[in-house]
Design a protein around this ligand. Structure first.
Ligand code: NAP
Length: 294
């Protein structure tokens, strides 16, 4: 049976480390989270960030703006936060309504406060290998911290990243390259037969696709490490024993954990895997932002 790469256990350890670091600061590091509208999934993610912040002595300012806000007003709101010396980190909770140009909005965040690492300057720095000056996006940082904590070798090892989004896949690819991994990438145009071949070739596979339980045992072989970044609301039609928890639909990953864990060497669960590490990594970035701004 595979080693369970729990992020939940590590999150508690990170909380203690970050709390200790913050206890030496003169001011409380503060993260502004802008939410446009009230999408329940976003509200739930923000809630997790607030809980973690309260554990470590950081503050979160949760700013809910109306769904019909204009791009101009949103950008001027962000610019006012850029100037606010009591706020060291700013994130816009994604997704935002489609009519708003996400790139223009992210570009209006001061790169020094862009703790999500999505501003083009941070993307350029991180993809160029400069993780000291650029913020590595929290999910990628969380994945790397998870690999590191469980002593999963990266340098010189073959990784397959499935998914190439701006928010998740691409930052993971950059972070792996920065640790000297040999990186293969697959996306929705990758032929299914190639995907299986690439997957079997890899030492470790990182899946960030957004399709509940899509990757079953046929994609994997003995000895591999599987990191499941996907967080999906389980849908009807999936196996009952997986989707039912106290008669409620629950969250599942992109990988069929129950079946795949019987084959591979190690696998991260959903929930309680990468998601937990992502929250901690966001606050690691906030602490770096604070230290750069004092
Ligand atoms: P996204 O923007 O929809 O990107 C999905 C990526 O998967 C795209 O690159 C897409 O390819 C690729 N893809 C889709 N179907 C595929 C298939 N059958 N085979 C191979 N590649 C396929 O999603 P995202 O924002 O990256 O999020 C991915 C998942 O991670 C979601 O479940 C999300 O909820 C989760 N997530 C988790 C965390 C965390 O902290 N754990 C954080 C953020 C997101 P193309 O580029 O060709 O379209």
């Amino acid at each position: 049976m595979a080693l369970n790469l729990s992020g939940k256990v590590l999150q508690d350890k990170y909380a203690l480390i970050l709390k200790k670091r913050i206890s030496t600061f003169k001011k409380t590091p503060t993260l502004a989270i802008i939410q446009v509208g009230t999408l329940p999934e976003s509200t739930s993610y923000i809630q997790q960030k607030k809980i973690f912040a309260s554990k470590i002595g950081a503050a979160v300012k949760h700013l809910i703006l109306p769904t019909n806000i204009s791009e101009k007003s949103l950008i001027s709101y962000i610019k006012s936060l850029n100037k606010n010396k009591n706020i060291q980190g700013i994130i816009v909770q994604l997704p935002i309504p489609k009519r708003l140009n996400v790139y223009s909005i992210i570009e209006s965040i001061d790169p020094m406060k862009d703790v999500d690492g999505l501003h083009s300057l941070n993307v350029k720095l991180v993809s160029g290998g400069d993780e000291k000056r650029g913020f590595v996006p929290a999910t990628a940082k969380g994945v790397m911290n998870l690999l590191n904590a469980y002593h999963i070798p990266v340098s010189g090892k073959k990784f397959l990243v499935i998914g190439r989004s701006m928010l998740v896949g691409r930052p993971i690819i950059s972070a792996l390259l920065n640790r000297d991994a040999t990186v293969m990438v697959a996306h929705h145009k990758t032929k299914p037969t190639d995907l299986i071949k690439l997957s079997k070739m890899a030492d470790s596979i990182i899946v960030a696709v957004g399709q509940p339980l899509f990757f079953g045992p046929s994609y994997f072989r003995k000895g591999q490490v599987v990191i499941d970044v996907g967080i999906n609301l389980a849908k009807k039609g999936l196996r009952e024993e997986i989707v039912q928890k106290n008669n409620k639909l629950k969250l599942v990953g992109d990988v069929d954990f129950e079946k795949v864990k019987k084959i591979v060497k190690a696998i991260s669960p959903v929930p309680g895997g990468v998601g937990a590490m992502t929250v901690a990594a966001l606050f690691e970035n906030l602490i770096s932002a604070y230290q750069r701004q004092i």
